[in-house]
Design a protein around this ligand. Sequence first.
Ligand code: SF4
Length: 366
Amino acid sequence: MNLYIHVPFCARRCSYCDFSIAVRRSVPSAGFAESVLTEWRGVQADPGWQSSPAVDTIYFGGGTPSRLEPAALAAIVGGVRDARPLAPDAEITIEVNPDDVSPAAADGWRAAGIARASLGVQSFSPDVLAWMHRTHTAEQARAAVGILRAAGFTDLSLDLIYGLPAERDRDWRADVEEAFALDPDHLSCYGLTVEAHTPLGHWTARGQSGAVDESRYADEFLLLSRALDERGWEHYEVSNAARPGHRARHNSGYWTGTPYLGLGPSAHSSTAGERRWNIREYAAWEAAIASGSGTVAGRERLDAPQRRLEALYLGLRTAAGVAADLVAPAVIGRWVDAGWASVAAGRLSLSPEGWLRLDALVADAS
Ligand code: SF4
């Protein structure tokens, strides 16, 4: 079983962020840990989880999990282990913001059993960080890498965002070079999307921010792809790349259909054939825990055509691709001729140029 724990607390909302968060100056760490463990204990009898007794990965995502007290993270890991065995090589990841990283915090995370960190850098440009409403500086991001390494984090991932509006005049090449210079094990690079109910969405609607320029977006994605190739990295999913041996096992599970359980507000879960999602708002989720009324806000079962579509979409995101017989030969022929895909050993996988057209290609194959 892969376990995701959504920690909703943030110091402020970043300009582009549409996640379920709770802006708090003071974080109720102990109470949150107890609520998560109440939810965890409540799912133990669920038949959907009987077939996967051990916990293979734990991923603290958010929100900003690094705002929780390390003792609360340790309590959650310990409480998870009380109910189910943790695999001996379990991957435990925490998303951290650079301004939360101190030697004491990093030691506390390591003491909780966490050895993988995903550091939210996004950019090293002060102008870009200010525009994004990030709470940290580039210097804090650089320092955080050293602190995490000194504390013994053996897997370190950096998050970057590309495809900003042209008027930002962002030097993406410089950000990519600086990220590599910090010698991480993994990179997660996401193209900016403008969601309506975010500060960026409002700026865009009012004409105060330009729309994302498609050709700039494509150029930056392809620049990244070439930089990964030159260094012998594995671009193993459209938004994720790793040095050999450092792929994220938890994230990989999402693309390969591994069952996962989500705890916390807005967390999603997936078992064989069923998906469900939790109450989105932190206060409502907390109230549901307190009253025992259940935290699931909705659930769905996919029919066969939906499952095929999902397998296509998730599989084509990865370098491993999908079984070639999932897509009509004539469609594959067009994609290969255009340089968007290749077929090897019965697997169809997309090239970086194909990944830029992922949604259109999945629609083409449907
Ligand atoms: S730190 Fe992450 S979750 Fe929090 S507001 Fe910023 S992008 Fe959203």
